[in-house]
Design a protein around this ligand. Structure first.
Ligand code: PEP
Length: 250
């Protein structure tokens, strides 16, 4: 099974509308460097989603960084699927460790968001990963298996309708990474959980990305691993030159 490689930029709480336009201009000048054999996306803050959809080259899809599980309601500060549908986003990052840690998102809330996002026609990028304490106590596999299993409980049995990102929390924004071999081992274990949730055929289609301190200098060694289908990149995705350099290195 060959899965299309993916490069996804998670901009977190960075970039205004004007900065999004500048990013798109640089990308537009480098289109020849974005392989037609790969999928690209950036996930700007909500306020820049609409402009991103308009100004980014069509090869680069737009994703949201979060979404509420209800279609509407008294949820001050939240954004619902119909609002994102109007903009035309393709992906929604769900269960990012910053949401789990700082905004108390539970496995069950993430599961419900996955269901709502798929119902709305988006492809969820379900993030899973252990923190430093869990890693040090040997719980990595247990934690990522639990997050993946619950996250997929209400998912459609369709491997193309979901992307999973393995992001060890201790590697996010720290400059530290697991070795590609260690990331591969965890991702292969995640794929086994996907087999149980979606079935063998669909799990073989499901793309699983690595995320955590990925940059142009190290991306190639991660995506060279058999089960690693691309990268979810925070910091290094903010600079358009570095986004293009990662696309080329893959
Ligand atoms: C992320 O925020 O998903 C991420 C992987 O961040 P960074 O690349 O900056 O470690």
């Amino acid at each position: 099974m060959t899965r299309r490689k993916m490069l996804v930029g998670n901009w977190k709480m960075y970039k205004t509308i004007a900065e999004t336009r500048s990013f798109a201009e640089v990308l537009g000048r480098n289109l020849g460097k974005l392989s037609a054999e790969m999928d690209f996306a950036v996930c700007p803050p909500f306020t820049a989603l609409q402009v991103a959809k308009v100004v980014l080259p069509t090869q680069v899809a737009v994703g949201a960084q979060n979404m509420h599980q209800s279609k509407n309601g008294a949820f001050t500060g939240e954004v619902a699927a119909p609002m994102l549908q109007e903009i035309g986003v393709k992906y929604v990052v769900l269960g990012h460790s910053e949401r789990r840690q700082m905004f108390a998102e539970t496995d069950e809330a993430v599961r419900d968001k996955v269901e709502a996002a798929q119902e709305a026609g988006f492809i969820p990028i379900l993030c899973v990963g252990e923190n430093d304490a869990e890693r040090n106590s040997g719980e990595t596999m247990t934690v990522v298996a639990r997050q993946t299993q619950i996250g997929l409980e209400k998912a459609r049995p369709d491997g193309d309708a979901i992307v999973i990102a393995y992001e060890p929390v201790w590697a996010i924004g720290t400059g530290k990474t697991p070795s590609p071999k260690d990331a591969e081992k965890v991702i292969a274990a995640i794929r086994e959980v996907v087999v149980v949730a979606l079935g063998e055929t669909e799990a073989a289609k499901t793309r699983i990305l690595y995320g955590g301190s990925v940059k142009p200098a190290n991306i190639a060694e991660f995506v060279a691993e058999k089960d690693i289908d691309g990268a979810l990149v925070g910091g290094a995705s903010l600079d358009p030159e570095s986004f293009v350099a990662m696309a080329e290195a893959m």
